[in-house]
Ligand binder design. Structure first.
Ligand code: ZN
Length: 226
């Protein structure tokens, strides 16, 4: 587990999930691959917390590498689970997720098929835009494109922390790119502009390292170039 900033921890087990530790308890952003939630439980233990301390779990979108531990972690904690209105049926297991828009690449197509299906979970609140119920300084921002119902989260701590899910990736140099799992579409690029218009110092991603300073500026530089 890697500490990104005070109270913000990244668990990387093939994909990144995030533990936010605050006075009022623990919030999870995404839940990793199916059957890998033990890494998140271990991470929570390593900061002196227990699964009982998890109050809210937010899912950025309905792909199995983000929803994989949702049902198990909700069972272990009793936390309330939040997903967007559009992706909630996928998280519940009522609808199959759309494939990530990367299937032009045969190798990636093969890898995606290796991810087991996620167990469906109850969704307590469907939120596509606005405050996260129960967490006063966490806001849902609609960022469709990677999936139709993709959401990002803005945390008003540490100068602002954006959890961008699969809505972008950091480059090795700390810039922004669409990422291997996104195509250039009007919807997707509009979401990049939405994120560039927010105020945050730190950005966290599902499939790359975090940017730990001046992150909104990196988004602005990228959208200025597209
Ligand atoms: Zn995804």
């Amino acid at each position: 587990m890697e500490q990104i900033a005070a109270g913000i921890h990244q668990v990387s087990k093939g994909v990144n999930a995030f533990i936010i530790d605050g006075d009022e308890g623990v919030v999870l952003i995404d839940t990793g691959l199916p059957r890998r939630h033990g890494a998140i439980i271990d991470g929570i233990g390593s900061i002196g917390r227990t699964p009982d301390d998890i109050r809210v779990i937010v899912i950025t979108h309905g792909h199995a590498d983000h929803t994989g531990g949702a049902a198990a972690l909700k069972r272990a904690s009793g936390a309330s689970l939040i997903a967007s209105e559009i992706d909630a049926p996928i998280v519940r297991g009522d609808r199959t997720a759309s494939a990530p828009p990367i299937l032009d690449f045969p190798i990636l197509r093969g890898l995606v098929r290796l991810v087991p299906e996620a167990e469906g979970s109850v969704v307590d609140d469907a939120v596509t835009q606005g405050p996260v119920p129960g967490v006063s300084d966490l806001t849902v921002v609609a960022t469709p494109g990677h999936t139709e119902g993709h959401i990002s989260l803005l945390l008003d701590r540490n100068g602002g922390v954006l959890f961008a899910g699969d809505s972008a990736l950091a480059t090795r140099g700390g810039g922004i790119q669409r990422g291997f799992m996104n195509r250039k579409t009007a919807t997707f690029d509009s979401s990049l502009r939405t994120m560039a218009g927010l105020d945050f110092e730190i950005a966290c991603f599902g499939h790359s390292s975090a940017i730990t300073g001046g992150a909104a500026g990196a988004f602005r530089a990228f959208v200025g170039s597209i």
